[in-house]
Design a protein around this ligand. Structure first.
Ligand SMILES: [Zn+2]
Length: 63
């Protein structure tokens, strides 16, 4: 019997038809993971925001 770990909460999930959300342990974890993935995509898209640029060539850095 194959067992995988839920990518979201690391719970053991038995890989059978009894686990329709596998590799996730539940619909909730499945949605959470998809949400996190979507957020990462948005972060990449928002990377052009000049307010987020920590490596700016602006000479106003006080380090
Ligand atoms: Zn889970």
């Amino acid at each position: 019997m194959a067992v995988v770990k839920c990518p979201t909460c690391r719970t053991d999930v038995v890989w059978t038809s009894a686990s329709p959300c596998r590799p996730f342990c539940s619909e909730r974890c499945k949605n959470l993971d998809l949400g996190a993935w979507a957020s990462e995509r948005y972060t990449i898209v928002a990377d052009d925001d000049p307010n987020q640029d920590a490596t700016s060539t602006d000479g106003n850095d006080t380090r």
